[in-house]
Design a protein around this ligand. Structure first.
Ligand code: 1CP
Length: 343
């Protein structure tokens, strides 16, 4: 039998001398080869829907750095688009979508089973990657968690405080709940298809979980994530799941256990010794180097990377950043980071 891949061993709870490593947004604008392929595709969305080129940009950081994990190149906003929302990207600004402000906007969306024609190229990208990745690299599929996806669908763009989504949640609770349910159900079908196409792990990005407080956190960050994981586990019991309720603060405690995730990804704000005591006791933790260090580099990068490895070495750990690598990061710093982790 082939030896189990390193990332899968950590996700199964094994404690390794050197943690597996990958970086959020490892395929992206900091890499000149990514910028060239994106130019060849025309724009970001054309790149996402071109399976050969999307597989190519997914493979670029694997060739350059030999990460243990490879995350599918796609975006969390493809689900809203598959559900019928308009989606476009404004250069230098970010995503724009048609908005959801009342029940009649919901009525224009498609059903959870109507997404696959639109998303077929993404499944094709996963199939190519399952073939072409090095045999010791783990293929990670992903989706946005329902709350985070809903914040973009409601506001029509990224927002600093997710105010439009909070307003709809309070003013039109039924419309809001119907939207969360639709995204939850579509996400189950989307991730099911990614796994069938060859994804070995899936990650749920709840980038705006931190803006949900108290009971709202339980209802809209915990419950939908728990529902997605429980359904995926019933269909694919052996596929590990990473949850990332970014900036959840104290709400990180017990989160992985509650939702049934195999690994908890933590953001930069989380203190490592606190995470060891409160989070790693439940299993694998992924994180949490500050992405700014990928810009500034130097001894600070190396010593911080070593400190994080040292802090988490008593339990299962996957090395990653606390959030995505930024376009101004120096590609050479990734080599320095890997030297510090792998020696
Ligand atoms: O111009 C470009 O080339 C686009 C930049 C870019 C990239 C490289 C966007 C636009 N999305 C992506 C790819 C992407 N997005 C991946 C796969 C690539 C990889 O990780 O290597 C993944 C996993 C995502 C996930 C994603 N998209 C999240 C969750 C993670 C996070 O960063 O918190 C979110 C919130 C998005 C939305 C999105 N897509 C793109 C941008 C600029 C944004 C953020 C919008 C905002 O809030 O302003």
């Amino acid at each position: 039998m082939a030896k189990k891949k390193k990332l899968l061993r950590s996700l199964a709870g094994e404690v390794l001398d050197v943690p597996p490593v990958w970086l959020m947004r490892q395929a992206g604008r900091y890499l000149p080869e990514y910028r060239a392929t994106r130019a060849q595709a025309g724009d970001f969305l054309s790149l996402c829907f071109n399976p050969e080129l999307a597989a190519e940009v997914t493979l670029q950081p694997i060739r350059r750095y030999g990460f243990d994990g490879s995350i599918l190149f796609a975006d969390i906003l493809l689900i809203p688009q598959a559900l019928g929302a308009d989606l476009w990207f404004v250069t230098g600004e970010g995503p724009r979508l048609s908005t959801i402000t009342e029940a009649s906007d919901m009525a224009r969306l498609k059903g959870k089973d109507d997404i696959h024609d639109h998303l077929a190229p993404i499944y094709e990208t996963v199939k190519i990657l399952a073939q072409d990745l090095p045999k010791d690299t783990t293929l990670i599929g992903f989706a946005g968690a329902p709350w985070t996806v809903a914040t973009y669908m409601i506001a029509g763009r990224g927002t600093p405080d997710q105010a439009p989504a909070h307003r709809l949640r309070e003013a039109e609770p039924e419309t809001f709940a119907a939207l969360i349910d639709l995204i939850t159900e579509a996400t189950i079908e989307y991730l099911d298809m990614q796994v069938k196409a060859g994804a070995e792990v899936v990650k749920l990005f709840d980038s705006w979980a931190g803006s949900l407080k108290g009971d709202a956190f339980d209802r809209f960050a915990v419950a939908p994530t728990k529902r997605i994981i429980s359904e995926l586990k019933s269909r694919h019991p052996d596929v590990p799941i990473i949850a990332f309720p970014r900036e959840a603060g104290d709400k990180y405690i017990g989160f992985a256990r509650e939702v049934g995730a195999d690994c908890l990804a933590i953001d930069t704000s989380v203190d490592t010794s606190w995470a060891v005591q409160n989070l790693q006791v439940d299993g694998c933790v992924q994180g949490n180097l500050d992405p700014k260090l990928m810009v500034t580099g130097g001894d600070a990068l190396k010593s911080e990377a070593r400190r994080i490895c040292e802090a988490f070495k008593g339990g299962p750990h996957i090395f990653n950043l606390g959030h995505g690598i930024t376009p101004d990061a120096d590609p050479e710093n990734v080599h320095h980071l890997l030297e510090a982790i792998r020696g």
